[in-house]
Every structure is written in C-alpha cells, then in structure tokens.
Design a protein around this ligand. Sequence first.
Ligand code: 5GP
Ligand code: ZN
Length: 219
Amino acid sequence: GVRDGLGAYIVKPETYAPDVVVYHNDDFVAIHDMFPKSSLHLLLLPRDQTKTRMHPFDVFEDAEFLAKVKAETQTLRKLAAGELRRTYGKDSAQEQARQAALSADPPPDELPQGRDWEQEIVVGVHAVPSMNHLHVHVLSVDRYSERLKHRKHYNSFSTPFFVPIEDFPLAEDDVRRNPTKEGYLKRDFTCWRCGRGFGNRFAELKQHLEQEFREWKKL
Ligand code: 5GP
Ligand code: ZN
C-alpha cells in the first residue's frame, strides 16, 4: 500500500535519478521528500532489513544503531547546509559581508564569519510516522513549501510531534511517547521564527511563513 512507498528506495537506490536519490551506501539511502514541507526536505533511510519496519522510538533504543544513524545524519546535515549556501548564499547579508571582505585589497586580518547554514537544518522523526519504513527527516527550518497544505503538515514539524534526533534515546517517562494524548497536531499555530500565534488561521499562517522565509534567506 501507499504506506510502503519508501521501501523501493532502500532496495534499489541505484535505479533512481540524482534529483530523487541524493546518495546511497551499504547502510543508508538519502532521498528528496516527494512532498517537501520546507524549501529543502530530505529523508535518511537506514537499509537494515531487521530495523526498517520498527518504530523510531523502539529502534533507537539500540545504542550502536542510534550512534550510526546520528553520525550519518551529520553527513546529511552538512550536505543540506551546503545546498542552502549555494541556493541562498547570494541573498544572505552575512555571506555578502564575507565575500566583500575577501575581495577587499588588502583583505582584513579577520574575516567576518560566513553564515552557519548547518544551524538552519533540523533533523528528527515524527512521533507517529505515516510511512512504514524507518526514515529520519532532514529539512531546512523555513517550513516554506507549496506542499505544506494541511494544518497537520505544519504542526507535525513545529510541535513536539517532531522529535529531534539529538533527543534520543528518549527517557522512559518522556511525554512525547503519548503524542495523541498531548494533542500536538491540533494545537494552535505558532510561527517557528518569531513565536507569534495564529490560532487556527491556516491561510494567515501561510502568508506569514512566506514573509518569514524571505527575511530568513537574507539574514
Ligand atoms: P512521516 O510522516 O512518515 O514521518 O513522513 C513520511 C514522509 O515521506 C513525508 O514527508 C512524505 O512527504 C514522504 N513521502 C511519502 N511518500 C513518498 C514517496 O513515495 N517518495 C518520497 N520520496 N517521499 C515520500
Ligand atoms: Zn513569525
């Protein structure tokens, strides 16, 4: 069924074009999310057949496996940050300042830091995944995409329903183990960037996300 749609990528990653499969090795396949919820949205798929059907909360109890997944997400985070730099670097005030300093004659002793794009990437899993094969989201923080069409799309990446990979292993009594009880997906909207509340007004939130996206790029 549709919930098994990610399985094909881990079986035959070499059969996909580079705009679908970003890279693959013996243990992982990195792909572009087909319905991106941010301007850049990748998925890391572990290929281990004994693990791929497990819930992330359970599978990440295995410390050795968790360490391996965390290490690979670092690689993918760097790759994603490089992609953001290439895409938005020309718009970013910090990048422009660095370029200007580099081309000054003579260049200053201390160059301004370029923008740290790795900081603009979030990595984690959904407390209740919709797709069956184990996957870790690696996406830019903007939540700016025409594919972000439903209320739950926003909240699934902007409430504790999204569990950062850094938070694993989860404590026994972590409330995120009860995502339905906590009602994360039904919460009022809060802007990821400025914290402003939008109640249940999705159209207004979407407009605001576009404004925030423009400013975020240029920061
Ligand atoms: P989940 O909600 O399970 O954590 O996220 C599953 C993700 O897989 C979603 O972001 C969804 O857009 C993505 N997705 C669903 N089907 C496909 C597919 O066939 N190919 C790709 N590349 N991504 C998919
Ligand atoms: Zn805002």
